[in-house]
Ligand binder design. Sequence first.
Ligand SMILES: NC(=O)c1ccc[n+]([C@@H]2O[C@H](COP(=O)([O-])OP(=O)(O)OC[C@H]3O[C@@H](n4cnc5c(N)ncnc54)[C@H](OP(=O)(O)O)[C@@H]3O)[C@@H](O)[C@H]2O)c1
Length: 248
Amino acid sequence: MNNNIEGKIIVITGASSGLGEAAARLLSEQGATVVLGARRIDRLNTLAAELTGKGGKVLALATDVVNRNEVKRLVDAAVQTYGRVDVIINNAGLMPQSLLESLRVDEWDRMIDVNIKGVLYGIAAALPHMVRQKSGHIINVSSVAGHKIRAGATVYAATKFAVRALSEGLREEVKPHNIRTTIISPGAVATELPASVGHPETAARIKKFYEDVAIPADSFARVAAFAISQPDDVDINEILYRPTRQEF
Ligand SMILES: NC(=O)c1ccc[n+]([C@@H]2O[C@H](COP(=O)([O-])OP(=O)(O)OC[C@H]3O[C@@H](n4cnc5c(N)ncnc54)[C@H](OP(=O)(O)O)[C@@H]3O)[C@@H](O)[C@H]2O)c1
């Protein structure tokens, strides 16, 4: 039986670690062709070799999502190589938390560039192809922080609220084109994300929080696979999930 994943061409940004890497693994195992983007091409190549060794079809391209042309190049490469793009998972992101009074303004800029503009560039790259195809699926990664705000996570939360706002507007706008849209909002998942926190005390607090509650990244992969695998007339618009032991 077709799982509605097999044969799909799926672009994933931020596929060199964490959630993106786990999604690439599971979706490839389930028969998708995965097109992987991130800056660390060595990590992508290692993952591509592993998946290809298991019979998967993989394309890996060094991609910085703050560069609109590089994101376009990634999605265009999927279409040029495989004829279409069925799904894009706009996953690349970072979380350098700190109190606003710390004035780590460069980190605010960086989060806005990667977490918001990177997602927009993914949408801009995929949308023309999907409109032409009259099919497609855009999955944007938000967070529990896209639903709840906590001191120290203000700018991160703002970027993740923005991802949900963009995704909801997108959902309404792409109805005429038969395109599905999904927001995935995870809680604490064990990845390299806490390493993006530069502020020392905040970094220590978040490291401890993740050690106490985080669950493995394949949780995200299963959620993404669930949304993608639905019949074409079913559009899973939003999934919020947490570790069972996470209160926040
Ligand atoms: N882990 C969690 O608890 C959690 C919870 C909620 C939401 N999220 C969201 O999940 C997404 C993935 O994070 P993760 O937890 O998997 O963290 P991660 O292990 O640090 O992975 C982040 C990924 O994003 C990529 N990335 C960062 N900046 C990039 C850029 N400028 N261009 C291209 N790729 C870039 C990284 O690749 P390179 O460094 O190689 O470029 C890496 O592959 C993020 O949007 C994050 O906000 C995570």
